[in-house]
Design a protein around this ligand. Structure first.
Ligand SMILES: Cc1ncc(COP(=O)(O)O)c(C=O)c1O
Length: 407
């Protein structure tokens, strides 16, 4: 497939989702293909944060917990995430980080089973494996980390928990949530899904898939800003049985009764621990409002068109980059990754040329194809710049080999 600049421009002109781009601040001349790592700044965010800081905090001070419903923010923002993941509004709450939420759900769910094995995937995002190992140590579980192809076969009579990332952070490979959840459940195990690379990107139907527990990031496709709080999902039927291992006062039935004993709140509120980060929650709320009036199904349809164009252009113009992401839409997420021995240097040279993607060690360069604000010409221009870098081998300049703390 060849795709010309004129065709890219025509595709943008015909794109009904094109106006959504105006909801974001995108720096002039920069092509941002890293929204799967840190979403760009929604235009509303700065003004909203200004209001929260100056009016709500500055003028209204502590009264805002009630008068501006700060106290209801974790539930309110969770309810905005719910339709994006196929959950009921009261099944999602925003709190803490993905890592901490994972700890809470793994430890709480482990206590519901007599079984001793926590199963996960080798090469899963490392925080997931680190948290799983911590929970296993603490509760005397056995952590079984299986190669991706063997995970399903390893679900056994002793498997209490199965922890999987729905869309793989590196390759973008996607698990079949409904099938695996059912298989684990039939074998007596509970599955915990990490939706960090799925939420706001791919169609999700947690309720339809029978999913029981999930976590996910707020700063990637949900555009909540750097270090945005994460979300967690607990299916309605499990909510009264799970007790968080982090028994903070915000998860208490009556936080303002100041009693010594711990009584978990009803429903998902019990998964809160400490005081909610109001400024960060306000930013995440703005990120979620950027989805207003558009369904994930429509976004996904455009994401697939973007994927096909990007894949074809890279294949044609940068043949040294080997795609490691599956072609079929149902087998992948919304980013595309390529392997190259010098992926780091290529990524740095691209950034210098105004195309931001990211590098994942040891040899992967990764691009987020985010339909809310990316167009076809963006992709054409990005590959044009990438082809120039590959053809001239300008990435060999030693300045592109210098690694910062964050790679
Ligand atoms: C799959 C996955 N889980 C978790 C995280 C990080 O979670 P947090 O930093 O919010 O704890 C990431 C970050 O990229 C991720 O890709």
């Amino acid at each position: 497939m060849s795709f010309t600049l004129a065709e890219a421009r025509a595709a943008d002109a015909a794109d009904k989702l094109r106006p959504l781009r105006a909801r974001f601040h995108l720096p002039e001349g920069l092509i941002y293909l890293d929204g799967n790592s840190l979403g760009p700044l929604p235009r509303k965010t700065a003004a909203r944060l200004g209001t929260v800081v100056e009016e709500e905090w500055g003028e209204e001070l502590i009264r805002s917990w009630n008068s501006r419903d700060w106290i209801g923010a974790p539930q309110r923002v969770g309810a905005l995430i719910a339709p994006l993941i196929g959950a009921k509004p009261h099944e999602v709450i925003v709190a803490d980080s993905t890592s901490v939420n994972l700890f809470k759900l793994l430890a709480a769910a482990a206590r519901l089973s007599d079984r001793r094995t926590l199963l996960s995937e080798a090469g899963n995002f490392h925080t997931d494996l680190h948290i799983a190992s911590g929970v296993a140590d603490l509760l005397g579980l056995k952590l079984d980390v299986a190669p991706r192809a063997d995970v399903e076969a390893r679900i056994g009579a002793d498997t209490a928990l199965l922890l999987l990332t729905h869309v793989h952070y590196k390759t973008a490979e996607r698990f079949d949530m409904a099938r695996i959840t059912a298989k684990a459940r039939d074998a007596g195990a509970t599955t915990i899904w990490d939706l960090s690379h799925s939420a706001g990107a791919v169609p999700l139907d947690l309720n339809g898939a029978g999913a029981e527990l999930a976590v996910g990031c707020g700063y990637k496709y949900l555009n909540g800003g750097p270090g945005a709080p994460a979300f967690l999902y607990v299916a309605e039927h499990l909510q009264e049985r799970l007790v968080s291992p982090l028994r903070g006062w915000m998860g208490h039935a009556e936080p303002f009764a100041f009693t010594d004993d711990y009584v978990p709140a009803r429903g998902i509120d019990r998964m809160l621990a400490g005081t909610p980060p109001i400024l960060s929650l306000a930013a995440l709320e703005c990120g979620l409002e950027a989805f207003e009036g558009v369904t994930i199904a429509r976004l996904w349809s455009k994401a697939n068109a973007l994927f096909d164009v990007f894949h074809a252009l890279v294949e044609q113009r940068c043949p040294d980059l080997a795609c490691i992401t599956p072609r079929l839409p149902e087998q992948r997420g919304s980013h595309i990754s390529f392997r190259h021995l010098h992926a780091f240097e290529i990524c740095q040279a691209l950034i210098a040329a105004g195309v931001i993607g990211d590098f994942r060690a040891p040899d992967v360069v990764r691009f987020g194809l985010t339909p809310l604000y990316l167009g076809f010409e963006d992709l054409w221009q990005a590959v044009d710049r990438m082809a120039a870098i590959m053809d001239s081998e300008s990435w060999r300049d030693p300045k592109y080999a210098v690694r910062g703390k964050v790679t």
